[in-house]
Design a protein around this ligand. Structure first.
Ligand code: SF4
Ligand code: SF4
Length: 349
């Protein structure tokens, strides 16, 4: 068999060498052949699986947004600028320490902490720093990880006190999927996660395509997306001025496949904009509000309009960059060539 037919070689050719990988981390850490090294996915050895989850669940390999949206939200991909939204709010953590640590409204930390305390979830895969307790997480390919003191490392939080510190750290998304991949596959622990939109897509792709060697993505009972305009975490040695160019092909500002999306509220210090998208998201949000962990206000029309515009601009930029990449107006590379999806990403126009 030609090496190009192997999943990991295809991943390298189509995504990594093709400049499409934003380093979501989904293919690393659960696999002995792929690892993260200095801000890049590297192939450590030759894996000869023709079908691999690294390829099928990468958010930058062919992705049917209609199918994914149906499986998560029960409807095809929406042409609305913000996707499918069941409720939009301003919210903030009622605990001032959570807000101070988060440098904003602290909603993601408050939601996950409250869910943990109430037993709605058992643990949170996240990012810590090398040298602190890993609570049993063990990477299978440590050789490829950045193993310097203070480097981001996967952690599994089951202690409410750790949640705020970890979810407010600058590198908080860097090893979220590595942490998920490192959970023993037999685990039935209910998980809560805060991720970037590309990481949400990786997890949602797994739900429809379960991976026998990994913990089941359906164990994730609360999936929170943080708005993302560009890559925010930094790898050791990475130039602070350089954003990952792969992010220019990203269509998703607000995490449209998450249960809840959270971002900084425009012009409202210490508040977050929140979009509730699923029943699981609504339950968690309402429980935290009723339980006194969140204060909630209506989302002003101006804020909604600004979020819509920002989201639409990101989609249009991605369509522009992807059609330039493929050289065809109706071919969006990893997002395919469905006329409905192309039109929906352009706001249905
Ligand atoms: S986008 Fe994620 S899953 Fe795809 S190659 Fe990059 S790190 Fe791996
Ligand atoms: S812009 Fe953010 S969500 Fe999109 S690919 Fe980059 S890091 Fe991921």
């Amino acid at each position: 068999m030609e090496t190009q037919a192997y999943a990991s070689f295809k991943l390298r050719a189509d995504v990594i060498d093709g400049g499409l990988c934003p380093l979501c981390g989904g293919c690393a850490a659960g696999c002995p052949y792929l690892g993260e090294h200095n801000g890049r996915i590297v192939q450590l050895d030759c894996c000869t699986l023709p079908e691999g989850s690294c390829y099928s669940n990468c958010p930058r390999t062919p992705t049917d947004l209609d199918e994914l949206s149906r499986s998560v939200l029960g409807e095809p991909f929406s042409p609305d600028d913000l996707g499918i939204v069941k409720g939009g709010y301003l919210a903030q953590a009622t605990d001032p320490e959570t807000r101070a640590a988060a440098g904003g409204g602290g909603v993601a930390a408050a939601l996950l902490r409250f869910s943990l305390e109430q037993g709605a979830i058992d643990a949170i895969p996240g990012t810590g720093l090398d040298g602190e307790g890993h609570e049993g997480l063990r990477l299978r390919n440590l050789a490829a990880s950045s193993r310097s003191s203070g480097a981001p490392t996967p952690v599994l939080m089951s202690d409410a006190a750790a949640v705020v510190a970890h979810l407010s750290a600058p590198h908080r998304f860097a090893r979220v999927l590595a942490a998920f991949n490192s959970i023993p596959k037999e685990s039935s622990a209910k998980l809560g996660m805060a991720c970037l939109p590309c990481q949400v897509a990786s997890l949602r792709k797994r739900t429809g395509n379960p991976v026998g060697s990994r913990v089941d993505a359906r164990n994730v009972k609360l999936l929170i997306a943080e708005f993302c305009a560009t890559k925010r975490w930094l790898e050791p040695g990475e130039d602070r001025q350089v954003a990952n160019k792969a992010c220019s092909f990203c269509w998703d500002l607000t995490g449209e496949l998450a249960d809840i999306s959270v971002g900084s509220a425009r012009g409202q210090q210490d508040w977050n904009t929140v979009f509730v998208r699923t029943e699981a998201g609504r339950r968690a949000f309402e429980a935290a509000r009723k339980g006194g962990a969140l204060e909630v206000k209506p989302l002003p029309a101006d804020n909604l309009a600004q979020e819509k515009k920002a989201s639409r601009d990101k989609k249009l930029r991605a369509v522009r960059n992807l059609t330039t990449l493929t050289g065809k107006q109706d071919d969006l590379a990893y997002l395919g060539a469905s006329p409905r999806v192309v039109k929906a990403l352009q706001g249905g126009v």
